[in-house]
Design a protein around this ligand. Sequence first.
Ligand code: AOF
Ligand code: ZN
Length: 359
Amino acid sequence: MSDIDFSLMERCFNLARKGIGKVSPNPLVGSVLIKNNEIISEGFHEHFGGLHAEANAIKNANCNLSGATMYVNLEPCSHEKKKTPPCVPSIIANNIAKVVIANKDPNPEVFGNGIEKLKDAGIEVVTGVLEEKGKELNKFFFKFMETKLPYVTLKIAKSFDNKINNKIGNQTKITGDEAENYVHRQRAYYDAVLVGANTINIDNPKLSVRYGGGRNPFRVILDSALKSDLKSNVFSDGSSQKTLVFTAEKSNVEKILTLRKKGVKVFELVPNSRGFLELSEILKIIGEEGIISLFVEGGQKVFSQFINAELFDEIITLNAPYLYGDGLDAFTIEQEIELELKEVDRLGKDYIALFKKKK
Ligand code: AOF
Ligand code: ZN
């Protein structure tokens, strides 16, 4: 692997990123074609159901591709029963000589078959270029393909003494504008945002993207007793955002009916022996709804449930320089869990720390 391989794979990643918010549940993929040491074409997967990155790069080339090298961050697909034609036959038909890949496709329909078919056709294949970075780029797709569950990130905005408000029951703006901007950009990146009923009733959030552009995520509300005020923004802003509510079976028959009439998808679950909705069941249903990434925004009960069940992949803390003394703790912990610190950065007056669950 040469420096050129790394820099062209980086270029694929940058192209792939242009599909953020548009291709889910498909992966982010970019492709670059070179011939005689020159870039002759590039392409990316632009929207769900659209042409694959490789197909776009081939389409965008206006010269003979014989002997060219293709860079692509995901193994080209070889399977038939799907929305678009497979890429491998077209790579072979265009006499492309070499394919350089970051990641093997975790889709069980592909999973090495694409690479094998390319090799069988006499094409040189190099795999594993910037593999870890490629996995990180498509962390939602990898998690979903491997588990059928969404990638879960907990976003916790808190004071330095770990409080999510300055007085119990108070709506408190804890972090500053830069952090708010960051959160809105993340909402555009994830398929869905999840909150609990207390957050709906105290903060009355819209859970939409209002800064930074991008599409609105789906909204998921955990409300076992269905105590959410139905006049809340999430139920009455008439937005096209799909909203899912998880509640206990027959928690409030009338309210369930009203929500369904508003177009809200209500799932009635049987609570577990502790009277809680089973988080693993909820995540399974969310996956079945085609949601591959979930941004969890609170509050205390929800954070505690996700953390104690160890059903999260990442925790992003937005830390404000306050010591409230009073207020609600961000979460309560039942057992020791080890995290791995991945990133720390300043965000205006606050700082962000990103952790992953230790594998
Ligand atoms: C993409 N974009 O650039 C590549 C993908 O339903 P389809 O035809 O779009 O196929 C989706 C599958 O194709 C996807 O799960 C992945 O395994 C493979 N590669 N997908 O959406 C791309 N290269
Ligand atoms: Zn393909």
